[in-house]
Design a protein around this ligand. Structure first.
Ligand SMILES: C=C1C[C@]23C[C@H]1CC[C@H]2[C@]1(C)CCC[C@@](C)(C(=O)O)[C@H]1[C@@H]3C(=O)O
Ligand SMILES: O=C(O)CCC(=O)C(=O)O
Ligand SMILES: [Fe+2]
Length: 378
C-alpha cells in the first residue's frame, strides 16, 4: 500500500498523495548529478536567496554556572537577558551549562558513523509514516514536494523512571547488538538534555516572575524527542532547504550545531544567521511553551539552509511535557484586560498527533492546530 497523506482538510497546508514509487534520497547518488530532483526545489518565495550572507542575530549567551549556583548578580543578569530575548524572538544561547564537552563530541562522532553508513543499513531503523521515531532519508515517503535536503534519526526520550533505558533499548531492538555503544551515548546525551532543560525551566519561571518550581515541575516527567540531523552538501543550495521555515511545535529546543553553520531565524522581517559556537547550546521556545506562557514568550520562525561543500550536523532535543498533561498557563500570567487567554487548553499527545498525521509543521502550525481543536478535529 502506498503511504497516503495527509492534511486534506486543513486549507493552509495541503499535501498531495505520495505516489506508488516514492523517490529515494541517497545524497551520495544525488551529489553526482548536476541538478536536483524537482521535489527538492522550494517555491520562489521560500528559497534561501542570499545576495550577501545574512546578518547575524544577536543571541545573548547566558552563563548558567552562576545562575545554578544562585549567585545574585548572575541570576538577575540571566533572567533579564532571557526575558527580553524570549519576548522578542525566543532564541538565546547557554554557556557553562554543565554538559560534558566529551559527551557532545562523542554524540557528533556517533552521527558521523551512523549517517556514513550505506542507505540500506540506515533503513533498518526506517521511520514509518505517522510515527515520529526512526531514520528518514528526507521525507520522500511522507511528502511529495518541498522535500528537505536532510537525513534524520529521531527517537523518544522520557524522564519517567519506568523507562530508564528507553533510548539504549531502542538502538538495541531496532539496530542490533552492534549499536549498543550508539545507544549508550544517545541515552546519556538525552539524560543530560533533560536535566539541562529542567534547569532552563527554572530560569524561565524566574524570568516570567512566577518562581523556579512551576515549569520545572511541569516538565519533570517530560516525554521528549531527540533528533540527529544530517545535511549533506547540495549542488544547488539556493534552490532547496535542509529544514523548511517553521516554528517548533514542541516546548523548548536545545540545539547543538557543528561548526559549519546553516541555522537561520526570521526576525524584524529578515533572515538572520546564528553563528555556530561549540561550547554553547542554542535554545528556542516552541509553540507549546508559547501557549504555556500565555503568549508572553515567542516561538519564532526558523530554518536550516544547506551548502555545496561541507556536510552539516546538528543535535536537537525537543522538550515536551508528558503526553496527557493539560497545557494551560498559570493564573499569574493571565490578565483579563492586558493579557487575556488567547490559546485553548490542549495536550501534547493531541498536538503531536496533529503534526504527524494531519499537518506538516510550518510557520502556521499552532494556529491550524487551534482551529482543528475548535472544529472537533475535522
Ligand atoms: C514534533 C515535531 C515535528 C518535527 C519534529 C518535532 C519538532 C520539529 C518539527 C519539524 C522539524 C518542523 C519542520 C518540518 C518537519 C517535518 C521537519 O522538517 O522535520 C518537522 C518535524 C516532523 O514532523 O518530523
Ligand atoms: O539543524 C538546525 O540547525 C535546525 C533544525 C531545526 O530547526 C529542527 O530540527 O527543528
Ligand atoms: Fe526547529
Amino acid at each position: 500500500m502506498p503511504p497516503v497523506l495527509l492534511s486534506q482538510s486543513i486549507s493552509t497546508n495541503k499535501e498531495t498523495k505520495v505516489g506508488q514509487n516514492p523517490l529515494i534520497f541517497d545524497a551520495s547518488f544525488h551529489q553526482n548529478e548536476t541538478s536536483i530532483p524537482q521535489q527538492f526545489v522550494w517555491p520562489e518565495d521560500e528559497k534561501p536567496r542570499h545576495e550577501a550572507s545574512p546578518p547575524q542575530l544577536y543571541v545573548p549567551p547566558i552563563d548558567l554556572k552562576g545562575f545554578f549556583a544562585g549567585e545574585q548578580v548572575a541570576v538577575s543578569n540571566a533572567t533579564q537577558l532571557v526575558d527580553s530575548a524570549c519576548r522578542k524572538h525566543g532564541f538565546f544561547q547557554v554557556i557553562n551549562h554543565g554538559v560534558d564537552s566529551r559527551l557532545i563530541s562523542e554524540a557528533h562522532k556517533i552521527m558521523d558513523l551512523f549517517f556514513g553508513m550505506p542507505l540500506s543499513e540506515k533503513q533498518r531503523s526506517q521511520r514509518k509514516v505517522g510515527e515520529y521515531c526512526g531514520y528518514a532519508s528526507s521525507f520522500t515517503n511522507r511528502f511529495s514536494s518541498k522535500l528537505p535536503w536532510k537525513e534524520t534519526l529521531s527517537f523518544r526520550y522520557t524522564n519517567d523512571p519506568e523507562c530508564s533505558n528507553l533510548v539504549q533499548d531502542y538502538f538495541l531492538n531496532v539496530m542490533g547488538e552492534d549499536f549498543s555503544h550508539f545507544g549508550r551515548v544517545c541515552q546519556e546525551y538525552c539524560e543530560a538534555m533533560s536535566k539541562l532543560s529542567i534547569g532552563i525551566m527554572e530560569l524561565l519561571g524566574m524570568s516570567l516572575g512566577i518562581g523556579k518550581s512551576h515549569f520545572r515541575d511541569f516538565y519533570e516527567d517530560n516525554d521528549s524527542i531527540m533528533r540527529l540531523n544530517y545535511y549533506p552538501p547540495c549542488q544547488k543550495p539556493d534552490q532547496t532547504l535542509g529544514t523548511g521555515p517553521h516554528c517548533d511545535p514542541t516546548s523548548l529546543t536545545i540545539l547543538h550545531q557543528d561548526n559549519v553553520g546553516g541555522l537561520e531565524v526570521f526576525v524584524d522581517e529578515k533572515w538572520h544567521s546564528i553563528a555556530p559556537c561549540s561550547n554553547a547550546f542554542v535554545i528556542n521556545i516552541g509553540d507549546t511553551f508559547m501557549a504555556l506562557s500565555n503568549g508572553l514568550y515567542k516561538s519564532c520562525l526558523h530554518r536550516a539552509v544547506v551548502n555545496n561543500h561541507t556536510p552539516r550536523k546538528s543535535l536537537a532535543f525537543f522538550l515536551s511535557p508528558r503526553m496527557d498533561k493539560v497545557v494551560c498557563p498559570p493564573k499569574a500570567l493571565i490578565e483579563e484586560i492586558d493579557n487575556p487567554r488567547i490559546y485553548p487548553d490542549f495536550t501534547w499527545s493531541s498536538f503531536l498527533e496533529f503534526t504527524q498525521k494531519h499537518y506538516r509543521a510550518d510557520m502556521n502550525t499552532f494556529e491550524a492546530f487551534s482551529k482543528w481543536l475548535k472544529n472537533e478535529r475535522k
